[in-house]
Design a protein around this ligand. Structure first.
Ligand code: PLP
Length: 400
C-alpha cells in the first residue's frame, strides 16, 4: 500500500517559496544574492496594529474563538466592504481564516466535486490551480497575452465556460503581473457570467489597496449586483497592512457557502490566531493613513524597475496598475546563450542562469502559466532594486 495520498501527486510545491528558499541557502553559503522572488511588502506592520495585538494579549484574549472569527472582526469586515466597495453583508455572511490562502482553499474544498471545472486566467497566482486539484476539481486555464495587458477578454471567458464550470477565479490587480481590470473590462466579463447562471465568481481582491496612478479598483459584485448571490469576495490584511505573518484573510458571500466553509475550517485548523484577529480589527477599523504613502513608495519602485528593464534589448515590460510585481516578457532573448554557456531555451533556464551567474533570484513565468516571462517582486529597497536591475542588464547584455 502506498503511503502518500493520490491527491498529493496532483500538486507541486510553490515555486516562489522554492526559489526564495534557494536564494536564502546561497546567501548562507556566502553568495551576494538579491532575492526578488518573495511576495510580501518589506514595510513593518504599523504600530497601531502591533499595539492592538499587545493589548489583546494583556487582556487575556488568548483563547479559542468561534472557528471562523470573532464577532468584532466580522463586523469590521462588513464595515470595510460597505465603505470601500459599496457591498452590504451581514456578519453571518463573513468568514475569517488563516490568511487569504486558507479562505480560497476552504471555498474550493467546500464546493468542488470530481469533474467540476474552475476557470483561471493565466498568468495566475501559483496556488490557484494546485488548490483546485487538491480539492478534486479541474483547473481550466485561459491564457492572456502581453497585447491585452495580461487580461483575458470576454470572448475567451465565454469560450472557456462549459456545463461543468463551477467557479471563475478573478484576481485584479494580479499576482504575478500587477495588471488591473478597469470597470468596463470587468463589466464585459460579468456580462458573460450573467449568461451562465451556474458559474460562481471567486474574486481575490488581495491587492485592492495597492493601485497606482488613475487606476480605479473594482470588484465583480459591485460592478454587477446581479452576481451578488453567486460571488465570494475574498480579501485579507496581508498585503495592504504589511501583515503577511499574522495570517488573517476573510471573505463574504452567500450564507450557505460561508456555513460550508466554516465546517471545513472547524475540522481542520479551527479559528485563526486570536491575537491576530484583534490586530486585524484595528487594521480595518483604525487609521488607513499609511496606505497611500506606502503605495507611493511602491509606485516609485515600479517606475524605477520598469525604466531599467525597458533599456534591455529583447525584454518587454508593460507598466502594472497595482500590486508590487512586474512580469517582463523575454521572448526576444529565447534562443540565446548566457556568458556562462547556458542555452536560454525557456524562462526557467533564464531564471536559473540569472541566479547562477548574476546572483539575482526571480521566478520564471512557467510557474504562473504564461511564458516566456519572469516575475520580479519590487517590495525591496530602491538601492537593492537598482543593483538587481543593473545585474539583469549586464547578464542580458552578455547573452549571445
Ligand atoms: N492571493 C494572492 C493573489 C496572493 O498574491 C497571495 C499571497 O501572495 C494570497 C492570495 C495569499 O495571501 P495570504 O498571505 O493572506 O494567505
Amino acid at each position: 500500500m502506498q503511503f502518500l495520498s493520490d491527491s498529493l501527486a496532483r500538486v507541486k510545491p510553490s515555486p516562489s517559496i522554492a526559489i526564495t528558499t534557494l536564494a536564502g541557502e546561497l546567501r548562507a553559503a556566502g553568495r551576494d544574492v538579491i532575492g526578488l522572488s518573495a511576495g510580501e511588502p518589506d514595510f513593518d506592520t504599523p504600530d497601531n496594529i502591533k499595539e492592538a495585538a499587545i493589548r489583546a494579549i494583556q487582556a487575556g484574549k488568548t483563547k479559542y474563538t468561534a472557528p471562523d472569527g470573532i464577532a468584532e472582526l466580522k463586523q469590521a469586515v462588513c464595515d470595510k466592504f460597505a465603505r470601500d466597495n459599496g457591498l452590504e453583508y451581514t456578519p453571518a455572511q463573513v468568514s475569517v481564516g488563516t490568511g487569504g490562502k486558507q479562505i480560497l482553499y476552504n471555498a474550493l474544498m467546500a464546493t468542488l466535486n470530481p469533474g467540476d471545472e474552475v476557470v483561471i486566467p493565466a498568468p495566475y497566482w501559483v496556488s490557484y490551480p494546485d488548490m483546485v486539484r487538491l480539492a478534486g476539481g479541474t483547473p481550466v486555464c485561459v491564457e492572456s497575452s502581453l497585447d491585452t495587458g495580461f487580461k483575458i477578454t470576454a470572448d475567451q471567458l465565454e469560450a472557456a465556460i462549459t456545463p461543468n464550470t463551477k467557479w471563475f477565479i478573478f484576481n485584479s490587480p494580479s499576482n504575478p503581473t500587477g495588471a488591473g481590470y478597469h470597470p468596463n473590462e470587468l463589466k464585459a466579463l460579468t456580462d458573460v457570467l450573467l449568461r451562465h447562471p451556474h458559474v460562481w465568481v471567486m474574486t481575490d481582491d488581495m491587492y485592492e489597496h495597492l493601485v497606482f496612478d488613475d487606476f480605479t479598483f473594482c470588484t465583480p459584485a459591485q460592478i454587477e449586483p446581479k452576481l451578488y448571490d453567486r460571488t465570494l469576495t475574498c480579501n485579507g490584511v496581508s498585503k495592504a497592512y504589511a501583515m503577511t505573518g499574522w495570517r488573517i484573510g476573510y471573505a463574504a458571500g452567500p450564507k450557505p457557502l460561508i456555513d460550508a466553509m466554516r465546517k471545513i475550517q472547524s475540522q481542520s485548523t479551527s479559528n485563526p490566531c486570536t491575537i491576530s484577529q484583534w490586530a486585524a480589527v484595528e487594521a480595518l477599523n483604525g487609521t488607513q493613513d499609511y496606505i497611500l504613502p506606502n503605495t507611493a513608495v511602491f509606485r516609485r519602485r515600479r517606475d524605477l524597475v520598469i525604466s531599467m528593464l525597458s533599456q534591455i534589448e529583447g525584454v518587454a515590460c508593460p507598466v502594472p496598475d497595482g500590486a508590487f510585481y512586474v512580469y517582463p516578457s523575454i521572448a526576444g532573448l529565447i534562443g540565446r546563450t548566457s556568458a556562462g554557456g547556458v542555452a536560454i531555451t525557456d524562462d526557467e533556464a533564464f531564471a536559473k542562469a540569472l541566479l547562477e551567474e548574476a546572483d539575482v533570484a526571480v521566478v520564471h513565468g512557467a510557474a504562473y502559466g504564461l511564458s516566456p516571462n519572469f516575475r520580479i517582486s519590487y517590495a525591496a529597497a530602491d538601492e537593492t532594486l537598482t543593483e538587481a536591475c543593473r545585474r539583469i542588464q549586464v547578464f542580458c547584455a552578455a547573452l549571445r
